[in-house]
Write a protein that binds this ligand. Structure first.
Ligand SMILES: NC(=O)CC[C@H](N)C(=O)O
Length: 310
């Protein structure tokens, strides 16, 4: 049976979701391996939905900025595909890794080609590609996010970026290891700086729902111009579905049924292609690095509304 695009009362749905997941807020733990993130209040919860035209509804802390972290990997990937096309896929795969996001182990067996663009190794390759294409990967990303969200105030959190750099041995190891296979073009120290700056961008649920709309709009930017072809937008959504929540992507697809991308700041962006974008934030993470209340909220949202890609 074909699903009708019935007008939904997003505000009422969000309020219901927030009430339903309230007992889970504070479960899990904020990321501790980046000390500047460990101090975030685990009692926070916000969620927003943006429709295709940019009307945003939200509940809780939906306007409060948080550390976007790995959610930014979606946008960096989009900018590289927009500027460089398919060439990227010779350097990074599109398969789930089944391993933690910062794992080193597969890289040696697979000749320095990361499994997908959303584990840290893959994101480092994507950032390296953006650096080659533009000369200033982090500024390029920030500019794009400001334009799409309509929020010129968006910026980096210098304390988080410095904290990541100070505890960045794992990411440095990944980057140097891939460089030894010839899969990093630029100097590793500059690449790591850009990568950490990107991860430190602070955005609210409202900002992220707006910025991700090109994924629900089949590649069209907020101003109506085309960022990606319809097929490229589909490809990013597909990789989000299969790889966006790391080694929990199967569980996320099972529960939520939408392309999604999480970050260790506790945010998750999800996309209903042709319909809307969602973002939820709550800093308590499960052992795989995904927000406990966040996944539950998206699960509840798709159950209540029937909105899913399946
Ligand atoms: N999953 C994440 O959000 C990880 C991003 C984090 N900045 C890191 O590189 O470790």
């Amino acid at each position: 049976m074909e699903q009708q695009a019935v007008a939904l009362d997003y505000q009422a749905v969000l309020e219901q979701v927030a009430a339903d997941v309230a007992p889970l807020i504070g479960s899990g733990r904020p990321a501790a391996y980046i000390p500047a993130l460990a101090g975030v209040d685990p009692g926070r919860f916000g969620m927003a939905v943006a429709d295709l035209h940019g009307t945003v509804h939200g509940v809780g802390d939906w306007r409060r900025p948080f550390s976007a972290q790995s959610i930014t990997k979606v946008f960096t990937l989009a900018l590289v595909l927009a500027a460089g096309g398919d060439a990227l896929w010779r350097r990074v795969g599109r398969e789930p890794s089944g391993n933690p996001f910062n794992s080193l182990v597969q890289l040696e067996y697979e000749n320095g080609i990361p499994r997908n663009p959303f584990i840290n190794a893959g994101a480092l390759v994507v950032t390296d590609a953006l650096q080659t294409l533009t000369g200033d990967a982090s500024s390029e990303l920030l500019e794009f996010l400001r334009e799409e969200s309509g929020n010129p105030e968006l910026g980096f959190d210098a304390e988080v970026a410095a904290s990541e750099a100070a505890h960045g041995d794992r990411n440095a190891a990944l980057a140097h290891f891939m460089a030894s296979y010839g899969n990093i073009a630029g100097p590793v120290p500059a690449l790591l700086d850009h990568y950490f700056w990107q991860c430190s961008i602070e955005m609210s649920c409202a900002d992220l729902t707006l910025a991700a709309r090109f994924l629900a709009r089949h590649g069209l930017r907020a101003d109506g111009s085309r960022l990606l072809s319809r097929s490229e937008a589909k490809q990013i959504n597909a990789v989000m579905l299969t790889c966006g929540t790391y080694d929990a992507a199967g569980e996320f697809a099972h529960r939520v049924g939408l392309p999604g991308k999480s970050g260790v700041g506790g945010g998750i962006v999800a996309v209903v292609p042709g319909r809307c974008t969602l973002c939820v934030w709550s800093p308590g993470l499960d052992e795989r690095g995904n927000s406990v209340a966040g996944v539950a909220a998206l699960d509840r949202f798709t159950t209540l509304t029937g909105l899913s890609v399946f």
